[in-house]
Design a protein around this ligand. Structure first.
Ligand code: SAH
Ligand code: F3S
Length: 430
């Protein structure tokens, strides 16, 4: 008789790439080692923490968390630390927290079933190429599927640790991407979410990112395509034109600004100016009237003056982003900016963060109001605690209607009747 399945508890921090890496590890462990998922840490035989290191806070949290897990875990359960913090701290992790059984870097997740059996294993080679590794299959959602198109990043933005944890950029061959998207779509995932640190820099044997978007859109079963993250520098006309013209591409664009000051953008090594960014955003809004533009903003980068910050606010006011992820600069080990000495006072950075968020709330109220009575195509995927059913409009707004399971997995036209900052409430009309 087969042994009963062992139990796996996995905590995933950070970005969509980590979410996909977790799916890969779950797949490998369930197919090859007979694990099944549990949401209860204290009944798990294996505890995995898939970490993020992009800012310092989550790293500090990791060690306190390992302590808690170690106290409460089942006798004999193993603890593994995976992901970006694993890549950059490596064996330090086991030194600081001997309760950890193994450390597995963000670019080594295919080795999960190997390290599992090696107490003290540290696999963190950032040159390791697992781009063509045939992972077993596991998807946390049947309705939408994440598909990696590249791994790593070549950009070396001076504040960012990612190139040190995920290594150089490698493009996955287009035929493998299309094959995976097709398989997921045929299993019911109408929405394909293409993933990479820098998706619009994609190039493989003459196929660039706009070409890849077209190829994925030719799969009959695919209804919607999303992607993250593009880089403003590579938003050339060809990319914007395909984005605007292809009806399967959701009209939601992430444009990580970081700063509105051309001087600071140079210090950050972002490769574009304030004017280029504004020009691309304007072109996008002209071409796609209902486009949803989200962004990332860092305040308090070394040397950020009041004037630099005003430039950021100016871009916020001109572009009127539908969503802003804003962060206080956090110096990261082995990055160029960590050596900069013109540090911004923590209280000034906090004030600036508050200022960005307060202005964004005002803008969001106006943006939400403007969607009153509009009709959106919504792909329903989630039952909400407060009753209704929610999903994303084509352009990414979260829309909620009254109803229940029968709407899940369907795409419906919804008229917005009560727009709020984070959720637009409405009614199904078709
Ligand atoms: N290419 C990825 C970048 C990943 S990091 C992407 O575009 O999504 C995600 C965001 O975290 C960055 O856009 C940046 O705004 C923020 N970030 C990165 N390093 C940071 C740091 N040292 N301090 C504060 N925020 C940072
Ligand atoms: Fe980081 Fe810049 Fe790459 S933000 S992930 S180095 S594009």
């Amino acid at each position: 008789m087969m042994n009963p399945p062992k139990k796996l508890f996995i905590e995933t921090l950070g970005c969509a790439m980590n979410v996909r890496d977790s799916e890969h590890m779950i797949a490998e462990l369930s197919m090859k080692e007979n694990y099944e998922l549990t949401t209860k840490m204290n009944e798990a035989d294996l505890i995995l923490i898939n970490t993020c290191s992009v800012r310092e806070k989550p790293v500090q949290k990791l060690f306190s968390e390992i302590g808690v897990f170690n106290k409460k875990k089942k006798e004999g359960a193993k603890i593994g630390v995976c992901g970006c913090t694993a890549s950059h701290l490596g064996k330090e992790i086991i030194k600081r927290a001997p309760a950890v059984d193994f450390v597995l870097g963000a670019r080594n997740v295919s080795k999960i079933t190997e390290v599992l059996h090696k107490k003290g294993a540290v696999e963190i080679d950032i040159d390791y190429d697992e781009s063509a590794f045939a992972f077993s299959d596991f998807r946390s959602s049947q309705r939408k599927a994440m598909v990696n198109i590249s791994i790593g990043c070549d950009k070396q933005c001076t504040f960012c640790i990612v190139p040190n944890t995920r290594g150089v950029e490698i493009a996955i061959p287009a035929n493998l991407i299309v094959q995976e998207a097709k398989k997921a779509a045929q299993n019911g995932a109408k929405e394909i979410f293409l993933l990479g640190q820098n998706v619009n820099n994609y190039k493989h044997e003459g196929v660039d990112f706009p070409d890849l978007l077209e190829l994925v859109s030719q799969i009959d079963e695919v209804e919607r395509i999303r992607f993250t993250s593009p880089h403003p520098l590579h938003m050339d006309d060809k990319f914007l034109e395909v984005f605007a013209a292809n009806p399967k591409i959701c009209k939601s664009m992430h444009m990580p600004l970081q700063s509105g000051s051309t001087r600071l953008l140079k210090e950050m090594k972002r490769g574009y100016t304030k004017e280029w960014f504004l020009n691309r955003a304007k072109k996008l809004r002209d071409m796609v009237p209902d486009v949803h533009i989200s962004t990332d903003i860092i305040v308090g980068f070394p040397g950020e003056s009041d004037e630099d910050f005003e430039e950021t606010m100016d871009v916020i006011n001109q572009v009127r982003f539908e969503q802003i992820f804003s962060f206080k600069y956090s110096p990261r080990p082995e990055t160029k900016a960590a050596e900069f000495t013109n540090v911004v006072d923590a209280s000034v950075a906090s004030e600036r963060l508050t200022c960005v968020q307060a202005r964004q709330d005002e803008l969001l109220d106006e943006i939400a109001q403007a969607s009153m009575d509009k009709v959106y195509e919504v792909y329903f995927e989630e039952l909400r605690n407060n009753g209704g059913v929610a999903g994303r409009a084509d352009n990414s707004f979260m829309v909620q209607v009254e109803g229940s399971d029968e709407l899940l997995g369907l795409t419906k036209k919804v008229r917005i009747t009560n727009p709020r900052r984070k959720v637009l409430y409405g009614e199904v009309i078709d």
